[in-house]
Design a protein around this ligand. Structure first.
Ligand SMILES: Cc1ncc(COP(=O)(O)O)c(C=O)c1O
Length: 498
């Protein structure tokens, strides 16, 4: 099938549209704004256009197409009820410039989300503005920076990250102007408190860490780490990308964190992948609340008869600016559609979210065990499931293909591509970097036992594939193996017409 813009069917219209309310031809547009010739739009009929987009959608792989065990990304089912609610006209058709009186419904949703997120992370205040986890990290570290400025501690210039951290952690802190101090993990992949103690000092601004960590292992010493950082006068930042594993069971506040970001597009089911759309609110403890970006949603008593007419609750919701705000980090009010979808998710599941975390962890442990068992049965020895001697993981786990690479020339990338031919999305590859030839698998709570069993069987089949055949994979996808460095450096994002 050819590209839509290569279609050039018969003259005439391929669409029907209601007549405009006013005669637009009589509008006096300045000459500089008028087209001199008609644009080269494709001339297609409606069925041709529908076929084009259906064809495009079939070239893609998504959570609705098949199993998507992309570690650290929490690719869970997105309940359709969220979409129905986000598309209600009172939500989908409003404009952020409308007055507060028109926005009471949306503001009440924002307010409830702020409160819910604060409670589940053990924080005191929340902003919904950042639109990605990474932007949340940047926002929180900026708040830390202003806190240190206000309290006369500008000598705090260093941010500590473990070597298992996601790359966005050091990148966000570095964008704020901090120096990054990386500390090695201990032999079992967890925090090494001695390594931490060795670098902490009067110049420590903060430590950034996710828990469970990027190996899917719970950081049992995190409270002690918080103590070490706080004793030195620093602040603790919780990277909430792995919150799906602990929601309802414990929280970052209890672990001693001062700030956290939430990936609404992971834990709270906003559809993501392919770059968005996301939402990365942050929560902070009381001592940082005055620095949050503006605006956040507050509430007060109703003050007039007019307000009574518009109010959706017995109070008035209103945009507020924190006293020493760092300013805005995002246009408008964050990604409102994502906030509403995640509100719908939390309203639908409420207390069951604790069971959600339990099932996410159960599924990961089940799959890890199934892969190990099937490998043993099949005599497959050329992989190494990380985590020993700790024989349980949280919501995800890593497998090293190092033995396969050394003995047979089969890399983590080869296995990932082989899995594409089996009809799966590949797991995350080469992250975290401390695991050589790493595959990182996160099944999420929404997959069935049958899906996990089938994946474990097919995973072993891929490992039994002849190395030369695997080097040719994928053979069944619309695009075969690409030169990824070339593709990343030579982006073609625009269709050139002749
Ligand atoms: C551990 C971890 N931290 C931070 C991030 C950044 O989140 P986002 O992609 O929403 O910017 C990710 C993303 O996958 C992650 O896995």
């Amino acid at each position: 099938m050819s590209h839509l813009f290569e279609f050039n069917g018969a003259e005439g219209k391929g669409y029907s549209q209601p007549s405009p309310i006013m005669d637009v031809s009589k509008l006096k547009l300045p000459g500089s704004m008028r087209r001199e010739s008609l644009p080269r739009w494709p001339r297609v009929s409606e069925p041709e256009m529908v076929r084009h987009y259906t064809w495009l959608s079939k070239r893609n792989f998504g959570i609705d197409t098949g199993f998507y065990p992309l570690g650290s990304c929490t690719m869970k089912h997105n309940p359709r009820v969220n979409e129905a609610i986000a598309q209600m006209p009172g939500i989908a058709n409003i404009h952020p410039h409308q007055p507060e009186s028109h926005l009471q419904g949306l503001l009440s949703i924002y307010h409830e989300m702020q409160e819910m997120l604060a409670i589940c992370a053990g924080m005191d205040a929340v902003t919904l503005q950042p639109v990605a986890g990474a932007q949340g990290e940047f926002t929180a570290i900026r708040c830390f920076q202003e806190y240190f400025r206000k309290t006369g501690q500008t000598q705090r210039t260093k941010v500590i990250v473990p070597d298992s951290a996601h790359g966005t952690n050091p990148a966000s802190a570095s964008m704020c102007g901090f120096e990054i101090i990386e500390i090695p993990s201990s032999a079992d992949g967890r925090l090494d408190l001695d390594a931490l103690r060795a670098v902490v000092g009067e110049d420590t601004a903060a430590m950034m860490i996710t828990n469970p960590n990027t190996l899917g292992i719970f950081e049992a010493d995190v409270v002690e780490a918080s103590q070490i950082i706080h004793d030195a006068g620093g602040l603790m930042y919780y990277d909430g990308a792995n919150f799906n594993a602990i929601l309802g069971w414990t929280n970052p506040g209890l672990m001693g964190f001062d700030a956290v970001h939430y990936n609404l597009h992971k834990t709270f089911s906003q559809p993501h992948g392919g770059g968005g759309p996301g939402s990365g609110p942050i929560g902070v403890k009381a001592h940082l609340a005055e620095f949050l970006p503006s605006p956040i949603v507050g509430k007060r008593e109703i003050e007039s008869e007019d307000e009574h007419l518009y109010a959706v609750d017995d109070c008035w919701y209103t945009w507020q600016t924190p006293e020493s705000t760092i300013g805005k980090v995002q246009q408008w009010h964050g990604n409102a559609g994502a906030v509403v979808r995640c509100w719908a998710y939390y309203r639908r599941y409420g207390r069951d979210l604790k069971t959600m975390s339990e099932h996410a962890v159960l599924n990961a442990n089940y799959l890890r065990h199934a892969i190990l068992t099937k490998a043993e049965e099949a005599g497959v020895t050329h992989m190494f499931v990380e985590g020993a001697p700790i024989n349980v993981c949280k919501h995800e786990f890593t497998i090293s293909m190092s033995p396969a690479k050394e003995s047979m020339g089969i890399s983590a990338m080869d296995v990932a591509k082989g899995l594409l031919d089996m009809g799966y999305m590949a797991p995350t590859v080469y992250f975290p970097q401390i695991v050589p030839e790493c595959l990182m698998i996160e099944p999420t709570e929404t997959e069935s036992k049958e899906t996990l069993d089938e994946f474990a069987t097919n995973f072993i089949k891929v490992l039994q594939t002849d190395a030369e055949a695997l080097h040719e994979s994928p053979t069944t996808t619309p695009v075969r193996r690409v030169d990824e460095v070339y593709a990343a450096r030579n982006l073609i994002l625009r269709y050139e017409m002749d």
